[in-house]
Design a protein around this ligand. Structure first.
Ligand code: SF4
Ligand code: SF4
Length: 252
């Protein structure tokens, strides 16, 4: 029988996950012959490392980490080795180890203990705290708002003129400010507590868009319309696509 591959994230640097649940899953899965288990200390850090190496994260049948929307886009990259099309994502932030084992149709562990360390040395988190934005490309319109907003050049445009997270290591630890001003609510920080920035589903579209508009206005410290038109003039080009501008401002 072919092995089922499972990637389990410990979230060791920011501990978004209940470490007792991480430990219980590790203990339940490791002894099983038909499970090929890979435990990583910090999937955010590993994803960035693999992106730099252009090697991809590898294919897995199941990924157990935090909110699936965030993890899916975290692992999204163009390398063939990162194809997650058939992967099932499990949310250990909102489900217990027992609930996830039930979904995997596996027996519950007999006992729990001290959370074990990562079993693969190269998966250890890098020196920097892996904290950076993840873009939900089902929502992003490539308007460029985040690119103009970020002072640390975390965002850039690629050859297709699409907005990408080009320099994740420039991001300031625990700063989710760009996520708050994205008009499409497309930017996630998987390690933050606040939803939907953490990748949780968006419950109220209108409310979140309104909050983004207010955050942008507050960050400008002035009238939003004056702020945007000044900045557009200075940049010599429009920052918002016409459709994005219409969505934010209506017909004004
Ligand atoms: S935020 Fe999610 S993907 Fe990143 S290290 Fe923590 S559990 Fe893993
Ligand atoms: S602000 Fe949001 S919608 Fe605009 S480019 Fe950035 S991530 Fe995409």
């Amino acid at each position: 029988m072919p092995e089922t591959t499972v990637l389990l994230c410990r979230c060791a640097t920011h501990t978004c996950l209940d470490q007792a649940d991480v430990c219980a899953l590790h203990q339940a899965l490791e002894p099983l012959d038909d499970i090929d288990l890979r435990v990583v200390d910090d999937l955010c850090g590993l994803a960035e490392k693999k992106r730099l190496e252009k090697t991809g994260i590898g294919k897995h049948d199941h990924v157990v980490a935090c909110f699936p929307r965030a993890v899916r886009w975290l692992l999204n990259d163009s390398s063939e080795n990162s194809d997650q099309q058939h992967t099932q994502f499990h949310n250990l932030r909102e489900n217990s180890a027992d609930e996830i084992l039930l979904k995997l149709k596996l027996p519950l562990p007999a006992s729990t203990g001290i959370p074990p360390g990562s079993d693969t040395g190269d998966d250890r988190p890098p020196e920097w705290p892996p904290w950076y934005p993840v873009i939900d490309y089902d929502r992003c319109t490539h308007c460029g708002q985040c690119l103009s907003f970020c002072l640390f050049n975390v965002f850039d445009k690629d050859e297709q003129n699409d907005v990408v997270v080009a320099a994740p290591r420039n991001c300031k630890d625990n700063c989710p400010a760009c996520a708050r001003i994205c008009p499409e609510v497309a930017i996630m920080f998987p390690k933050t507590d606040s939803a939907p920035i953490n990748g949780d589903e968006i419950q109220d579209e209108l409310l979140e868009r309104e909050k983004a508009l207010i955050a942008l206005q507050q960050s400008s410290g002035a009238n939003l319309h004056a702020f945007l038109s000044n900045r557009n003039r200075n940049a010599g080009k429009g920052l918002l696509k016409p459709e994005a501008r219409k969505r934010i401002f209506g017909d004004r």
